[in-house]
Structure formats: structure tokens, C-alpha cells
Design a protein around this ligand. Structure first.
Ligand code: NAD
Length: 372
């Protein structure tokens, strides 16, 4: 079968679903690989690099398997062959109309954002690989805007105190942000309703700030919506920290819900001029009052609130490389014969979970997967 790697049409998208290196992995699985001309340009991969890897440059939309980063638009869906398979981020929970369009086109659709968060599927988990990059980049964006050192220094010309950074939400992105900020020399604190993250915060050089109100425990590793008591105690913590820290990175998300509001306008108002907030939940409604998705805004008291929603795309070559590797790992699972023939096994929980449309039938949501 032929795999097509297409140009991303979403404005500002710099990633590509396969790099020359991951195209080689797809070729090794027995597929032919066709790349649309210019597909890798924004990540620094020219057509020649794909040709050197053994792929060809040409018409990719009529391939048997089309690989993409973002969901196809309605017009793009019409470019898919009937019976083709499209693999991309599809947000099946948020976009039932897209699933209907894909089903009507008679295709099979695999949603990369539906990979279950279990150990066996970690190598295919683009949400984790992209969150890791985005968390690092959030710190770089903050450091760029913050007109001061992150690290403390004692020099002949005087003493410079280290910057203080608060990371709210300690999932994959939060951990990457803690690691990046501590390696730049900042004093890093972090909080999360899941107390089990305390050791991870410490191991990355941060201090865990608990909110001492017991939370409902979850069995799947994800946070539940927090209680009113928890939110009251957390609000006090955020207010005190807002007065003290220079940088706040928020990453709090609850699956299937809008992002929880962590910092109010009053909290932002007590921050020092020149402070920076990066709200990584901007696309899901934001953790901070005043965030504008996709933009950086400066408040009346001189605090910059960054709401960029393309943080992973700001490190395009590596984001594409990790995304492409996750995709190649998924394709490996789906190509048991290594013969260039896609064979989806519905008895396998991972393959079942990612298949949101099968040959024109909507197959989302899948039955629940046990955590392992
Ligand atoms: P996420 O993106 O859903 O949420 C980010 C963080 O926000 C989480 O740590 C969550 O606890 C926190 N949060 C929620 N409500 C909050 C609030 N009111 N205040 C502050 N923080 C709040 O999380 P994620 O990055 O996907 O990770 C969630 C967990 O799943 C982690 O423990 C991670 O290690 C685990 N995980 C496992 C796998 C795997 O095994 N394949 C893959 C990814 C993540």
C-alpha cells in the first residue's frame, strides 16, 4: 500500500507527519511513501531529503493511508479516496461533525489523540510527546519575555537573585516546564491536586506545594474536577504565590471538561510588573483570567500573559521527528506482516481505541480501556 504525507493547511502549523527519518521506518514496514512537495519545508526537511530517504515526491492525497498532523478540513476529506485510511489528530470527543463527514466519505479514520494513556501505548502517544516539547518551550517563551536572568548570580558588579517560577499542574507538560526552569537556574515551585507527583517535582529540582484538602482519588492517573473546598484553599495558595513569583506556567487540564480557572484577575493584578504568565491551557478555555488564545497580552500592571496555542510547533524539526516516530510506531502495530498492508485488529485495545471511523461507520467512543 501507499502512504501519503500531505502539506498541513492550518495556518501557523510548522510540523509534518513524517520526517525523512520516519519515512525510512515506514518504508521498512513495506509501504511505498509519497510526500507532497513542500510538506516538510516548515520543519526544515526539503523534498530532496525525503527522496534521499527513499520516498517519492508527488500526489499524496490519493494514497491508501494518508498521514497528517491536524484534522483534515471538509475540502480535504473530499480528496481522500473511498476506502482510504487517514491518521491525524481528530479530537473525536469535541468534533462529532468531523466523524460524520469522514464516515460519509467512506474512509477509515484513526485519531492519534485517542491513543490510550497506558504503558504499552506510550511510544505512540503524541499528546505526551507534544506536551513534553510544549512544556519546555513555555519556559523558553517566558524567559524570552522576562527581561531578567533566571539563574541567580554573584558577580563583582553585584548580586542577582534567581527568578521564582510557579508551575501549576504537574502532568507531562508541567514536568517538562519544571525541568527546563530548574535547569536555567530558577527557583521552581509546583502544585497539582494529585499528591503522588510530589516526588517527581522534587527529582527535577522543584518544591511541591500541597493544597491540604483531600481530593477524590482517580484510578486512571488523571485529575478529577476539584471540590469547592479544594478550590478555596488553592485560591489562597495562588494569591500568595502571585505576590511572590516572577513567572507562572499553568498546564491544568481535566479530561472532557473546560480547563479549570486557577488565577483570577486579582491574582494577576498583584504580580510584579515585568512578570510573565504562560497559560498552556489557552486553547481549552485557559487557566488564567485575561488569557487570549494565540496571543501575548500585557496587563495594566505590566504582566505579560502568553496564550500561544502552538508551543510544540515552535520547535518544528523535533516536534515533527517525535510526532513522526509516534506515527511510525502506530503503523508498526497496524502492520503485523511488515508487508506494507494495514490490518486493524479490533481485539487489540489500542487499535480499537484509535479507530474512530471504520470503513464509513463511526466507531467512537470505544469501550473503556483498563489502565496498566
Ligand atoms: P493533563 O494534561 O490531563 O493535565 C495536566 C495536569 O493538570 C495534571 O497533572 C492534572 O492533575 C493537573 N490538574 C488538573 N486540575 C488541576 C487543578 N485544579 N489545579 C492544578 N492542576 C490541575 O495530564 P497529563 O499530562 O496527560 O498527565 C496526567 C497523568 O497521566 C500523569 O500522571 C502522567 O504521567 C500520566 N500519563 C501516562 C501516560 C502513559 O502511561 N502512557 C501517558 C501520558 C500521561
Amino acid at each position: 500500500q501507499r502512504i501519503g504525507v500531505v502539506v498541513e493547511s492550518v495556518s501557523g502549523e510548522t510540523r509534518v507527519a513524517a520526517t525523512p527519518a520516519t519515512a525510512r521506518q515506514l518504508l521498512a514496514l513495506g509501504y511505498e511513501v509519497v510526500v507532497e512537495s513542500g510538506a516538510g519545508a516548515a520543519s526544515g526537511f526539503g523534498d530532496q531529503a525525503y527522496l534521499d530517504a527513499g520516498a517519492s515526491i508527488g500526489q499524496a492525497w490519493n494514497a491508501d493511508v494518508v498521514l497528517k498532523v491536524n484534522s483534515p478540513s471538509d475540502t480535504e476529506v473530499t480528496r481522500l479516496r473511498e476506502g482510504a485510511t487517514v491518521v491525524a489528530l481528530l479530537a473525536p470527543a469535541q468534533r462529532p461533525e468531523l466523524l460524520r463527514t469522514l464516515a460519509a466519505a467512506g474512509v477509515t479514520a484513526l485519531a492519534l489523540d485517542a491513543v490510550p494513556r497506558i504503558s504499552r501505548a506510550q511510544s505512540m502517544d503524541v499528546l505526551s510527546s507534544m506536551a513534553n516539547i510544549a512544556g519546555y518551550r513555555a519556559v523558553i517563551e517566558a524567559a524570552h519575555v522576562f527581561g531578567r536572568f533566571f539563574t541567580g548570580q554573584v558577580t563583582a558588579a553585584g548580586k542577582v537573585p534567581p527568578a521564582k517560577v510557579l508551575v501549576a499542574g504537574v502532568g507531562v507538560a508541567g514536568l517538562a516546564a519544571i525541568g527546563a526552569a530548574s535547569s536555567l537556574g530558577a527557583v521552581v515551585r509546583a502544585t497539582d491536586p494529585r499528591p503522588e507527583v510530589a516526588d517527581q517535582v522534587k527529582s527535577l529540582g522543584g518544591e511541591y506545594l500541597p493544597v491540604d484538602v483531600a481530593q477524590e482519588t482517580s484510578t486512571d492517573g488523571y485529575a478529577r474536577a476539584t471540590s469547592a473546598d479544594y478550590d478555596r484553599a488553592a485560591a489562597e495558595l495562588y494569591h500568595r504565590q502571585a505576590e511572590d513569583v516572577d513567572i507562572v506556567i499553568t498546564t491544568a487540564l481535566i479530561p472532557g471538561r473546560p480547563a479549570p480557572r486557577l488565577l483570577s484577575a486579582e491574582d494577576v493584578a498583584v504580580m510584579k510588573p515585568g512578570s510573565v504568565i504562560v497559560d498552556m491551557a489557552a486553547a481549552q478555555g485557559g487557566n488564567v483570567a485575561g488569557t487570549v488564545p494565540g496571543r501575548a497580552v500585557v496587563t495594566d500592571n505590566g504582566v505579560t500573559i502568553i496564550g500561544y496555542t502552538d508551543l510544540a510547533s515552535r520547535l518544528p524539526a523535533q516536534a515533527s521527528q517525535l510526532f513522526g516516530t509516534n506515527l511510525a510506531n502506530l503503523l508498526k502495530l497496524l502492520t503485523p506482516g511488515r508487508d506494507g498492508q494495514l490490518a486493524i485488529d479490533f481485539d487489540d485495545a489500542v487499535q480499537r481505541a484509535v479507530t474512530v471511523v471504520r470503513e464509513g461507520d463511526i466507531t467512537w467512543p470505544p469501550p473503556p480501556v483498563a489502565v496498566s
